[in-house]
Design a protein around this ligand. Structure first.
Ligand code: ZN
Ligand code: ZN
Length: 270
């Protein structure tokens, strides 16, 4: 009964020799979901041992390149691998227009359906659900329409308390978003900059490690993962220490690392 996130890339837009662009895989009870899809995501999936064919749905936060440059290559690979079933993709409307361009103009459209659903980046809505999970949009504050996602497990037959993961990137610190994911078990929050560079964060629509930690504190999160680091930081422990001073249960989103939310004890009262 797993509920865990594996980090494929922890970098941001500027290229870095030691970082890949943003992408995460969420495993909910052996069902796999891709969250953002930066350049190189398909090879990163293979590196962590997740077949792209296993991906049930893709959730894109916004159309900046470091979150979508891996999507077309991933779709092409799925076509080569013989995928027949539709691929569900969620994201701001611009992502749908990019997919249309790919299907109509590249000359080699894939045979399976790209089942795109636009997400209203200004609203907190249920965007997807199946038997084991609900996914809610979380409006964020960035330079282009951007949504976070709140993944919430549904109750199982044994009445274990449900588990949850919030993905908040890219964004200025948003107390409103913290309120929408209140009590989340595992929160990913971007921490593109150190707090000494907070003016840069403000000007580019990003957060510092300190600000990410404040949002985790405000949300009453169980654990915080920070990522989406600027290439200027070689020593990520500095950012981790900065966040821990505010929110002690913080960890750096190391590439290839998996963060699990353990199954909680069933409520004996139920
Ligand atoms: Zn970004
Ligand atoms: Zn961005």
């Amino acid at each position: 009964m797993r509920f865990e996130v594996t980090i494929l890339g922890n970098g941001s837009a500027s290229p870095a020799a030691d970082k890949h662009q943003t992408a995460h895989v969420l495993n909910v009870r052996e069902q796999f979901y891709l969250i953002d899809c930066g350049e190189g995501t398909r090879s990163r999936l293979l590196r962590v041992g997740v077949s792209p064919l296993k991906i049930r749905a893709v959730f894109i936060s916004h159309i900046h390149g470091d979150h979508i440059y891996g999507l077309v290559p991933l779709i092409s690979s799925l076509g080569l691998a013989g995928k027949q079933t539709p691929l569900k993709i969620f994201g701001p409307g611009a992502v749908g227009r990019m997919l249309d361009f790919f299907q109509n103009e590249f000359g080699q459209p894939v045979d399976f359906e790209l089942d795109f659903t636009p997400v209203d980046t200004t609203a907190h809505r249920l965007v997807y659900e199946n038997r084991s999970m609900e996914v809610w949009s979380v409006p964020l504050r960035h330079r282009t329409p951007t949504t976070g996602y709140h993944f919430v497990e549904k109750p199982d037959p044994h009445n274990h308390p449900t588990r949850s993961y919030a993905y908040l990137s890219d964004t200025l610190p948003s107390p409103k978003a913290a309120g929408l994911v209140r009590g989340v078990d595992l929160m990913y929050h971007e921490a593109t900059f150190a707090h000494t560079d907070r003016r840069l964060a403000r000007d580019t629509g990003h957060s510092t490690a300190t600000e990410a930690a404040r949002i985790a504190l405000k949300a009453g999160a169980g654990e915080l993962i920070i990522g989406h680091f600027s290439s200027r930081y070689k020593n990520l422990a500095l950012l981790e220490d900065e966040a821990r001073a505010v929110f002690p249960n913080t960890r750096v989103a190391a590439e290839g690392a998996t963060f699990s939310v353990p199954l909680k004890k069933a409520d004996p009262g139920l």
